[in-house]
Design a protein around this ligand. Structure first.
Ligand code: PHE
Length: 444
């Protein structure tokens, strides 16, 4: 029977940590985190964020990984197996969310590919002439080009996932994550040595505790969940490929450190450069795809810097995309499908759902006043993800806590002194805090 087929496993602990870190480090680290920090009190916000990651992020990450390893199954089956079937639907959510997220994540991933190539095409000339915004608008208003890049990004992601857990995802992350780190360090060096960089550093890091309002704390929690890839079955799935002799609390801590460090360092690239050349700090895609090309265009060897940055961005995006695709694939494989057919099927479904996101970038497919991509982003990240995260904590804390308590220190193989405190957080603190975020954060 398929059930008895040996489950795939990570080749090594470092391989798992880099794969999970690769999932966590993504678009959210490169453009979202620096921007949120700048807006919410600089270094004061960084401190708040670290606190949130340690208390809440780490708690939920460990809960998800332990649940996955204890079940040795993809997420739908994990929720089904462990409690008589009444929680299966939470597992279903865990498959739907990454599928939806990947559909539009691949669209943005496609942009990074376009910009890598275009760095050596006309991008620098046009950005240098103040036309970076025109380039971007022209690109997103040629829908079929956007769809083509979306498809290319999807194919690359599928090619990796096709290679399996250790032969595909782990192998690629072991190259891309160190690569990403090196590129990041090179870019930081370039950025902070620009004349006038210190203004950017001051904007990014001057602590302003008066800005640490309730909404800043909410932003910190929301960002931590998204950035750590929590609340959507990814860490459950990745945890299910782990061997018993891996120390879960320690590994979770490393993943959180990698993710937070990359987020923090990305700000050291963005702000010094943006301020050095006197550009406006703006949110989201426009900062990355409009302001930064204009910034690079002012540097010597502009094409090179631009390409390096977008390759870095591409690495961040595709290692996250793999983890998103692995969730539905893992489910289909557990149902008895071959990995090859499962990957193909998941890729095609994800692509088709993503097409309206690509086509609607020019505002032609609004849903209740939002672009298709933004609407999907809102639905998954602000609604479905917190609900699933809270339910996962309740499930782990109240329904399968015996199994998971044993799992978390590998049946006593490792010392985990914070075990009781951790379970308290899983049971009480995390669900309550997430519920507050959910209710206060809902505005269309
Ligand atoms: N954690 C990724 C980031 O920071 C985003 C992501 C979310 C990736 C969910 C996978 C799943 O961008």
């Amino acid at each position: 029977m398929e059930q008895q087929k040996k489950r795939e496993q990570w080749g090594s602990r470092i391989g798992f940590i880099l794969a999970a870190g690769g999932s966590a480090v993504g678009l959210g680290n490169v453009w979202k985190f620096p921007y949120i920090v700048g807006q919410n009190g600089g270094a004061a916000f960084v401190l708040a964020y670290v606190l949130v990651v340690v208390l809440l992020g780490l708690t939920v990450m460990l809960a998800e990984i332990a649940l996955g390893r204890s079940a040795q199954l993809s997420c739908i089956s994990a929720f089904r197996k462990l409690k008589g079937g009444s929680w299966t639907w939470v597992g279903v959510f865990c498959v739907i969310i990454p599928t939806l997220i990947l559909s539009y994540y691949a669209v943005i991933g496609g942009w990074t590919l376009k910009y890598i190539f275009h760095s050596f095409g006309g991008l620098m000339a046009e950005a240098g002439a103040g036309k970076a915004a025109d380039v971007f608008v022209a690109f997103i208003s040629s829908p079929w080009e956007v769809v083509a890049y979306q498809a290319l990004f999807g194919l690359l992601t599928a090619a990796v996932v096709l290679g399996g857990v250790s032969g595909g995802i782990e192998r690629v992350c072991k190259i891309m994550m160190p690569g990403l780190f090196v590129l990041l360090v090179v870019m930081i060096f370039r950025s902070v040595t620009l004349e006038g960089a210190s203004k950017g550093l001051a904007y990014y890091l001057n602590p302003d505790f008066s800005k640490l309002t309730a909404s800043a704390w909410l932003a910190a929690v929301g960002q931590a969940f998204f950035s750590l890839s929590l609340g959507m079955g990814i860490m459950i799935t990745y945890g299910s490929y782990l061997k018993k002799d891996i120390n879960l609390p320690q590994s979770s801590l490393y993943i959180c450190i990698i993710d937070s460090a990359v987020a923090f360092l990305a700000g050291l690239v963005v702000f010094p450069a943006v301020f050095a050349f006197g550009f406006d700090v703006e949110a989201g895609p426009s900062l990355t795809f409009i302001t930064l090309p204009a910034v690079f265009a002012k540097m010597p060897f502009s094409s090179l810097w631009s390409a390096v940055f977008f390759v870095l961005f591409f690495f961040a995006a595709i290692t996250s995309a793999m983890s998103l695709l692995e969730v539905p694939v893992s489910y289909l494989v557990d149902r008895g499908m071959k990995r090859r057919s499962a990957t193909l099927l998941a890729m095609i479904v994800v692509f088709l759902i993503g097409v309206p996101s690509s086509l609607g970038l020019d505002g032609s497919l609004p849903i209740f006043g939002k672009d298709f991509l933004d609407a999907l982003d809102y639905l998954t990240n602000s609604v479905m993800m917190p609900i699933t995260a809270a339910l996962t904590c309740i499930f782990v804390g109240w329904f399968v806590h015996k199994e998971v308590m044993q799992e978390v220190d590998s049946d006593g193989m490792f010392k985990f002194p914070g075990k009781g405190l951790w379970m308290f957080f899983v049971r009480y603190a995390a669900p309550v805090i997430i519920a507050v975020i959910l209710v206060t954060g809902l505005k269309w």
